[in-house]
Design a protein around this ligand. Structure first.
Ligand code: AKB
Length: 319
């Protein structure tokens, strides 16, 4: 059985991935790493071991890895794209200095490492539609620069030191559990909250701006399946394009109106997020992930909309 440490367990992906990994590998085998400003709460805190782990403190990571006999690290610490533009030095410190700490601990202790990359690792010079697995990246944001550098560093540790590093390039992730913070694709989560609350949605991204998106259950499955994949079949490591759906604000708005016909949306463009969105691909080609480890999404836009509206309605009515 794997012994897993999650760094950033209380964030948007971490809070759900920790619970999913505990379900798959057993509660006591999954350590939720957190920083004091974002401590675990409720089920996350109560269902398994928790340890303070600051990604910028290599010794702290090493101590927790030794204490719990960790063999796999999910490194989820990062600042998202829009907030990374406001705090570029911190984005680099967490994304790259932090990743180096993780890779060094992994090298010394023989751990496998998952570090998500993103559609943000591509820039305006990449082909926009059917963006290939291997192509020019050249991102313009600090977030994207840390993601490309992270991919290269992770590949380097694999080829130079034999560290089993793997990852995927996540699209915008949509979930009814933990809200995202500071991303460019966040509008595609916020829009469901407005719809379910019966409020008009002020959309920060222009109609006609397409980005890849994915429902969280598919993203969690991808993070687990890539780490379970047969290594001998992998031609790539860091990072695989994965895709599920691509839409612009108008398309997601119309998908929600099938279930909530009175829902209204107006545009109020956020220039920073719009500029970032325009530099990203419209739609990734994920053939390599499908061929090399059998990636397959389960949720398309309408299936996700149905589930989001059901689950969010339950959650918001309970509060
Ligand atoms: C963001 O918008 O910054 C993230 C991402 C696509 O990586 N959701």
């Amino acid at each position: 059985m794997k012994k897993i440490l999650i760094i950033g367990s209380t964030g948007q992906i971490g809070s759900e991935l920790t619970m999913k990994l505990r379900e798959v590998y057993g509660d006591s085998n999954v350590v939720a790493g957190y920083i004091p400003s974002a401590p675990p709460m409720g089920e996350l805190a109560e269902s398994g071991p928790c340890e303070e782990v600051d990604i910028t403190n290599g010794q702290q990571i090493a101590d927790v890895v030794t204490k719990h006999g960790i063999d796999t690290i999910y490194n989820l610490a990062a600042l998202l794209s829009a907030v990374g533009e406001r705090k570029p030095l911190l984005a680099w410190h967490i994304g790259i200095d932090g990743l180096l700490n993780v890779l060094e601990v992994a090298r010394e202790h023989g751990c496998a490492v998952f570090t998500p990359s993103s559609i943000g690792s591509f820039g305006p010079n990449a082909p926009k539609d059917g963006t290939p697995q291997d192509t020019i990246q050249q991102p313009r944001t600090m977030y994207g620069i840390t993601k490309v550098s992270g991919e290269l560093l992770s590949n380097y540790y694999a080829s130079k030191f034999g560290v089993d590093t793997r990852s995927v390039r996540f699209p915008g992730l949509i979930s009814y559990v933990a809200p995202p913070g500071g991303g460019t694709t966040d509008y595609a989560v916020d829009i469901y909250y407005s719809a379910v609350r019966g409020e008009k949605f002020m959309c920060p991204i222009k109609g006609g701006t397409f980005m890849d998106m994915m429902y969280m259950p598919d993203a969690l499955r991808a993070a687990i399946e890539i780490m379970e994949a047969d290594e001998s079949k992998l031609r790539h490591r860091n990072s695989f394009n994965i895709a599920a759906m691509s839409f612009d604000p108008e398309i997601i708005y119309q998908s929600i109106r099938k279930y909530i016909p009175s829902f209204e949306m107006e545009y109020q463009i956020d220039s920073l997020r719009q500029e970032i969105a325009e530099s990203w691909p419209n739609k990734l080609d994920d053939t390599c992930a499908r061929m090399e480890w059998g990636w397959k999404h389960r949720y398309d836009l309408d299936a996700m909309t149905r589930d989001m509206i059901d689950k969010l309605s339950l959650r918001l009515n309970k509060q």
